[in-house]
Design a protein around this ligand. Structure first.
Ligand code: HEC
Length: 189
């Protein structure tokens, strides 16, 4: 009887670890969705109020503030990152760089934008973390205005404003369908 019990206990443990992972993943997805919706809302308001030049000013102040707000509210570290940055403060660490490259590979192999996510339990400096990333793929111009500020044909006034605020900007020249970056979330376990 005892011999049987041990495999069952191990199986039970494996299931509960998996259930925990799924729980964290669901929470991370929810936070990502809320953050993205608020970002799109603020961006839309800015675009309506005064086009891209006004919206850049809003993005510049609001995007980091929203990330900070979601981090404070949820206890997760919430941010955006990319391999081609606009704001150097959004730079990826080694784990994020690896996952961003993985997203580009998956995209190149034909994976759709909606499933581009990755979660892992990692150990850093003796502490365990749950880390999650959700890829951000450039939508076509008729769906969202992203390409106005990240695309190939940026209006000169918009480009001048970007030059002023982000002298090292690399986040231009994108085409619809390319991986622009990712939401990145991290929580202490
Ligand atoms: C009005 C211009 C504008 C539009 C439109 C715009 N962005 Fe941006 N984007 C910015 C600015 C400005 C930043 C830098 C924000 C900051 O300082 O954190 C940025 C940063 C980002 C980042 C963070 C990584 C980095 O490079 O710093 C991502 C990801 C991103 N944008 C994706 C998008 C997507 C997706 C859309 C469409 C839904 C979009 N952007 C539309 C101006 C714009």
């Amino acid at each position: 009887m005892k011999k049987l019990l041990i495999p069952f206990l191990l199986l039970g443990l494996a299931f509960s670890v998996n259930a925990d992972m799924n729980q964290h993943k669901m929470e991370a997805k929810k936070i990502t969705g809320a953050f993205f919706n608020e970002l799109k809302g603020e961006l839309g308001k800015g675009m309506k109020a005064g086009g891209p030049v006004t919206a850049i000013g809003i993005c510049n102040a609001v995007a980091p503030a929203l990330a900070a707000k979601h981090s404070k509210e949820t206890g997760w570290e919430v941010a955006r990152t990319s391999l081609k940055l606009r704001n150097p403060a959004n730079a990826p660490d080694a784990w994020e760089t690896k996952v961003l490259k993985q997203f580009e590979d998956r995209r190149a192999k034909g994976e759709g934008p909606d499933t581009l996510a990755y979660a892992e339990k990692v150990e850093e400096g003796g502490q365990e973390y749950f880390r999650f990333m959700k890829g951000i793929v450039m939508p076509p111009a008729e769906k969202m205005p992203c390409l106005k500020c990240h695309g190939e044909n940026i209006d000169p006034k918009t480009a001048a404003k970007l030059d002023e605020l982000y002298p090292q900007d690399k986040a231009r020249g994108y085409k619809a369908g390319q991986v622009r970056g990712a939401f990145t979330l991290k929580k202490k376990l």
